[in-house]
Design a protein around this ligand. Structure first.
Ligand code: BCO
Length: 565
């Protein structure tokens, strides 16, 4: 008999391969975490076996197109042998060892998936970054992480070359390009001659797998570290109930490779369920190409930021006949009910919103089969116990606004990030009593649905990007025209919210043409830090509102922007 009040955990029989049912049971807290786990060995190689015995339909594991006629289709078997070759490149010529950190700054090209899986096979910690990162951003990331290697594509070379002398820990630069470059190892050349024989390392379930840089109100981005199991097992239920995936499905999740959403939607949830990951290398987002892709390829499942759906519903969608699309998802920023309605009217398809964070993955979702309440981000998802709490860590009743939080048990939930690397204070600051606090404010209704209200801090969520005001202010202050600035969110019909900078000008620039100066400052920010952060609105002011102690009151400016008193 089961002792009352004590959770019963089945443990895994030694030697038996782990199955999807095991991973789901772990997420339901019905099974304990295995001691060792490796996504490449325990998931991908299992699907490869199932291909051989025809227990998996003939659906590629990865289907990549670039809109120019190039196409790559890999089965799990091919992904296995190619990623073993890539693993040998990382360990042999690159000389990397288990636990080393590798910055991976690649656009949506098949090598991103190869390198990521190769890192898993070798126990390397991969750190994805968007190709929008500038030299300054890359310098910060390489130095903060003490990365041993950077894997990059052509567009990133000038930025890396300009800062590499300041990164003493960086030993190897690996270039994914048809061209060769002095000082860089060529991935395609080394890959060609690399052996496809490689034994996947037996990583511990809690061993680090990846680091994502994530922005906060103050300071530079923090390094949120995830374990082999938090990413590799944590999305089993999300894949089944939110993404509704089966091994016959083809999912197109269009997030950039630099964000955790790419890993969740285009790697972990999808491949846990044996589904095909579809990738379109769209250099620049374009609604026509996007819609043509849905009419050309048998994509069954689509996941995109609300901003994309806001852009799409402005088109006459009834003109398009999507080939196989049956399930649509969105996340990364709040979705407005009007867009959900317009999408449904024009395509006949529901839009299932999910909500999550880099640190903790998907927390709430409108799961398949659940009634959708337009404007709500759905109910809490397992294994999380989602609550709304007050500033003292007390649970608030339905209908009361507070901070969205996750209840902690005696042990840290396995699907949490392990820590902010080298930042115990910030890691500790996420805990309030028995809860992890998200920094987002919300309300739960009496049916258990959660409604997003806004950030509890000054972070800006624009087009699905999390932008720290300090990073933009630091970029602005480098310009001679800027004495000081305050950066806040401002409403925008397409991007939800955008970055707005209030700028106090230095004397020589006070009589400058405001339009010209705005463009100059925007351009300056785009060069200084990743361009997605640039202030789309700029207002020149004589002074900024401040506290008695001289701290800028961003909340006053933000409330004004949003018409709040
Ligand atoms: O809009 P503008 O043209 O004025 O500016 C754009 C670019 O043109 C510009 N830019 C890009 N590279 C540049 C450059 N400018 C100068 N030099 C360069 N090298 O910068 C701006 C970038 O803005 P964008 O990225 O929003 O571009 P775009 O084309 O408008 O894309 C729209 C979206 C919706 C496709 C894009 O914003 C997007 O992908 N958003 C989603 C982000 C996302 O995936 N978030 C998920 C994060 S993970 C998470 O939420 C955790 C969940 C568990």
């Amino acid at each position: 008999t089961k002792p009352s009040g004590q959770r019963f955990h089945k443990s895994h029989p030694p030697g038996a391969p782990l199955t999807l049912a095991d991973f789901e049971a772990i997420n339901r807290c019905e099974r304990s975490l295995p001691k060792n786990f490796n996504f490449a060995g325990d998931v991908l190689d299992q699907w490869s076996q199932k291909e051989k015995t025809r227990e998996r339909p003939a659906n590629p594991a990865l289907w990549w197109v670039n809109g120019k006629g190039d196409e790559v289709k890999w089965s799990f078997g091919e992904l296995g042998s190619l990623s073993r070759k890539a693993a040998n490149v990382l360990t042999k010529p690159c000389g990397l060892e288990r636990g080393d950190r590798v910055a991976v700054i690649l656009p949506r090209i098949p090598e991103w998936w190869l390198i990521s899986v190769a890192c898993m096979r070798t126990g390397l910690v991969f750190m994805p970054g968007t190709t929008q990162l500038t030299a300054k951003d890359i310098l910060y990331r390489l130095r903060a992480s003490k990365a041993k290697c950077i894997v990059a594509s052509d567009e990133v070379i000038p930025a890396v070359e300009s800062i590499v002398s300041e990164c003493p820990d960086l030993k190897t630069k690996l270039l994914v390009s048809l061209h060769s470059q002095n000082g860089w190892l060529s991935f395609p050349e080394l890959f060609q001659t690399a052996s496809a024989e490689h034994s996947c390392v037996e990583t511990g379930s809690q061993e680090p797998m990846a680091i994502y840089f994530t922005s906060g109100t103050t300071g530079s981005p923090k390094m949120a570290q995830h374990s082999q199991s938090s990413l590799g097992i944590g999305y089993a239920l999300c894949g089944r109930y939110w993404l509704d995936l089966k091994s016959t499905d083809i999912i197109w999740n269009m997030s950039d490779t630099g964000w955790i959403k790419a890993a969740i939607g285009s790697m972990f949830s999808s491949w846990l369920h044996g589904a095909c990951v579809f990738v379109h290398r769209m250099a620049q987002f374009d609604t026509d190409t996007f819609l043509d892709t849905l009419t050309t390829y048998p994509i069954t499942t689509l996941c995109s930021a609300p901003t994309v759906y806001r852009m799409l519903v402005q088109k006459d969608l009834k003109r398009y006949k999507f080939k196989k699309l049956r399930h649509c998802l969105t996340g990364g920023e709040p979705l407005n009910p009007e867009v959900l309605e317009q999408w449904k009217v024009q395509t006949g398809l529901e839009l299932y919103e999910g909500y999550g964070q880099t640190e903790v993955g998907i927390i709430c979702a409108n799961q398949k089969g659940q009634e959708i309440k337009p404007g709500s981000m759905g109910k809490g998802v397992l294994p999380y116990d989602v609550q709304i709490i007050d500033e003292n860590g007390n649970i608030l009743p339905p209908g009361k606004e507070g901070e969205i939080a996750l209840r902690l048990t005696s042990t840290r939930p396995f699907c949490f990030f392990s820590e902010y690397v080298d930042n115990p204070e910030k890691t500790a600051a996420t805990i309030r009593g028995n809860f992890y606090v998200t920094g987002d404010r919300g309300v739960m209704d009496s049916d258990g649905y959660f409604w997003f209200v806004g950030r509890a801090d000054d972070v800006i969520i624009s087009s699905g990007y999390r932008i720290g005001p300090f990073e933009v202010e630091s970029a602005l202050i480098e310009h001679p025209a800027v004495v000081e600035s305050a950066v806040v969110s401002s409403p925008d019909p397409v991007r939800g919210e955008v970055v707005k900078a209030f700028v106090v000008l230095s004397a020589p620039f006070k009589s400058s043409n405001p339009e010209k100066l705005t463009l100059e400052l925007q351009d300056h920010v785009k060069k200084s830090t990743a361009p997605y952060k640039y202030p789309r609105k700029v207002e020149f002011v004589k002074e900024l509102p401040k506290t008695i102690t001289g701290k800028i009151k961003r909340n006053v400016l933000r409330d004004h922007e949003w018409g709040r008193t």
